[in-house]
Design a protein around this ligand. Structure first.
Ligand SMILES: [Zn+2]
Length: 285
């Protein structure tokens, strides 16, 4: 029996989608069955057809990107990754699988400036708050998590910003937005109180730590967001493909709150460091 490899894009691997195979002048229509993955072999007439990943066409240079869109599979992997990282209490890091949009998804000039995020390859599991450097594998985009319940959220630390500028590669942070129920219930701070929470430092972190056991796992799936920082300082949110209008307004609002919270926490951290310097100078010996 003849075996062939049939290349499929990730969006064509959905159950029920149809592709065509031609063998000995005969064209057969094949429906992708439920549970099909790359590597699945299907019997089609006298053929064995193995589904393989289509080579990804190149995406535009990061300086041109104005829009980052999560495919449904990419969005699910983003949430799964942050929930696992939060449960393990460690930062995860890796690279994104990125492709240009299909014509059915985004068309025209916008398509040439869009990256579709198809998934997140985990390369490194570090300790919390340690920024890990994933090895390069041809992907144009790195990511790392800010696990929840430790005071981390979807914003860039000064250290993250330095890494992006030094490596000249865009970096994604996956974290909880400052408006997520996880963040608000874990730290029970009012909106805008982030600077204060950050200045509480270790005490607040330990308290949040103590509450991790009591948090409903479903809550950990809400309020997950990804932001991308480009070399030079540009920051863009990742949005969902086919996001309804109200959801777009909501995600824009959380994006702006997180940007403000990022500034507040950086200012608080710097103030704490300066204060510590002053104290150290006065310590005996
Ligand atoms: Zn970070």
């Amino acid at each position: 029996m003849k075996r062939i490899d049939h290349p499929l894009g990730p969006e064509e691997l959905a159950p029920g989608s149809i592709f065509e195979v031609t063998h000995r002048g005969r064209t057969m229509r094949v429906t992708v069955p439920k549970g099909a993955r790359y590597g699945t072999t299907l019997r089609v007439g006298e053929l064995m057809v193995r589904l393989v990943r289509r080579a990804t066409p190149p995406v535009c240079h990061h300086e041109r990107v104005t829009d980052l869109v999560l495919s449904p599979a990419g969005a699910e992997e983003m949430v799964d990754t942050l929930v696992r990282s939060t449960k393990e209490g460690r930062e995860f890091a890796g690279t994104c699988r990125v492709r240009p949009p299909a014509a059915s998804e985004i068309s025209g000039d916008e398509a040439t400036r869009t990256w579709v995020i198809e998934g997140f390859e985990t390369k490194v599991k570090g300790s919390a708050s340690e920024v890990s450097s994933p090895p390069s594998d041809g992907s144009p985009l790195d990511w790392h998590t800010h696990p929840g319940l430790r005071g981390g959220f979807a914003g860039f630390s000064t250290q993250d910003e330095r890494v992006v500028d030094a490596r000249r590669r865009p970096m994604t942070v996956i974290g909880y937005t400052a408006l997520s129920p996880q963040f608000l219930t874990a730290l029970t701070i009012p909106l805008g109180g982030w600077g204060f929470a950050a200045s509480l430092g270790l005490h607040a972190l330990l308290q949040a730590e103590a509450r991790v056991q009591g948090v409903d796992p479903k809550i950990l799936r809400v309020g997950v967001a990804a932001r991308v920082r480009f070399p030079g300082g540009r920051v863009l949110p990742m949005r969902l493909l086919d996001q309804p209008g109200w959801a777009r307004v909501w995600s824009d609002a959380t994006f702006h709150v997180d940007q403000a919270a990022t500034k507040a926490s950086q200012v608080a951290n710097e103030a704490a460091l300066k204060a510590w310097e002053q104290i150290r100078k006065k310590l005996p010996g």
